[in-house]
Design a protein around this ligand. Structure first.
Ligand SMILES: *Cc1c(COP(=O)(O)O)cnc(C)c1O
Length: 347
């Protein structure tokens, strides 16, 4: 039985690799890893990880042990870091998987030591106040015996020009002086764009690798990777003054031709695109009209330069910076929200 999904993602391998290489070039002398948590931001970690390995990436960051397990056959497990840390419950599975925990708390450190220790990473909190040991929690006894590979911290506001960036940089410099580690790492995608001072030995880009643009400096450098497309299910002609969709949030102003396409908020084409998203076919641009439904979107194809028919494919505008502005949903959520109903086609 062959089913053809009525919505699909075209995923551009060469754009993915070019974006990672751009991050690597901007990282200067630092090595460049990749955040592949949340199934590589919704694109599919099992596809993304081997491509980035091939491009030269050697450090992969996931959040959960299950995510490490899912890619542990694709790259050496010692090259996978688990950001959310480890508890004693995870210990047996963690040893079997062979990925390396990022230790965030004193309790995680004790659990790691009690489980036999070995190579680990350590998260310092330099001001995001989310995960990691604060500078006042660092003491020699706590860290004694730890074999720390990556000493890292995470920037809270690297996508903005605010003092917090410099403050976090200074705190990371200071706190890391008293800790012996093989490598230091601070920058995410936006942090890389802040400059070489932020890059240390290793950078950890995620968003920009997948086509996101967290800072303007990157807008001319980063290429779109994800191209969603949906099939036309029905075409209708409407007179002026006719309401469209749930709650009639749109009314035709003139005689119009509308296409109903097979994508909706259940696919991560969120309700914020109601009356603000666009579709494309070649040079034509069609506005989303009315409210985005769970499985359907209506677009105005009145100005189409070709004869559209049921079964034709339209491309959703999904350049992430623009799509985030149109929908009011962050670039991160647009990616991680990409639904499972799309068939994914790497080209
Ligand atoms: C997600 C994450 C990254 C990647 O951040 P981007 O903003 O997507 O580049 C890097 N480091 C840590 C600790 C993260 O949680």
């Amino acid at each position: 039985m062959t089913l053809i999904a009525p919505s699909r993602l075209r995923l551009d391998s060469s754009a993915l690799i070019a974006n990672w290489k751009t991050m690597a070039r901007m990282s200067g002398a630092a090595a460049t890893g990749a955040a592949v948590k949340a199934d590589a931001y919704g694109l599919g970690a099992c596809e993304v990880v081997p491509k980035l390995w091939e491009a030269g990436c050697r450090d992969f960051f996931v959040a959960h042990w299950s995510e490490a397990a899912a890619i542990a056959k694709l790259v050496p497990p010692g090259n996978i870091a688990v950001l959310n840390g480890i508890s004693s419950d995870d210990m047996a599975a963690a040893k079997e998987i062979g990925a390396i925990p990022v230790l965030n708390t004193a309790k995680q450190i004790s659990a790691w030591k009690a489980g036999g220790g070995g190579r680990c990473h350590l998260m310092l909190d330099s001001g995001i106040n989310r995960l990691g040991l604060g500078p006042d929690q660092i003491d020699a006894q706590l860290l004694e015996g730890l074999e720390i590979d990556i000493l890292m911290s995470h920037l809270a506001s690297a996508d903005e020009d605010v003092d917090q960036n410099r403050r976090q940089l200074a705190m990371f410099h200071q706190a890391s002086q008293n800790i012996s580690a093989r490598r230091k790492s601070l920058a995410n995608s936006a942090g890389i764009a802040l400059g070489k001072d932020y890059c240390f030995d290793l950078t950890r880009p995620g968003l920009a690798v997948y086509g996101g643009v967290p800072r303007n400096e990157l807008s001319s450098e980063i290429k779109q990777v994800v191209w969603p497309e949906a099939r036309i299910l029905q075409i209708r002609q409407l007179d002026a003054g006719i309401p469209v969709g749930y709650n009639a949030t749109f009314t035709t102003r003139e005689c119009s031709v509308l296409a109903t396409i097979s994508v909706g908020y259940a696919d991560g084409y969120f309700r914020g695109f109601s009356n603000s998203g666009f579709c494309r076919l070649d040079l034509d641009r069609f506005p989303v009209v009315g409210r985005v439904s769970m499985d359907l979107v209506t677009v105005d194809i009145s100005n189409s330069s070709s004869q559209l028919a049921e079964g034709d494919w339209l491309a959703m505008e999904f350049e992430l910076n623009g799509a985030a502005a149109a929908s009011g949903v962050s670039q991160y959520e647009l990616l991680t929200g990409l639904g499972r109903r799309y068939s994914r086609h790497w080209i």
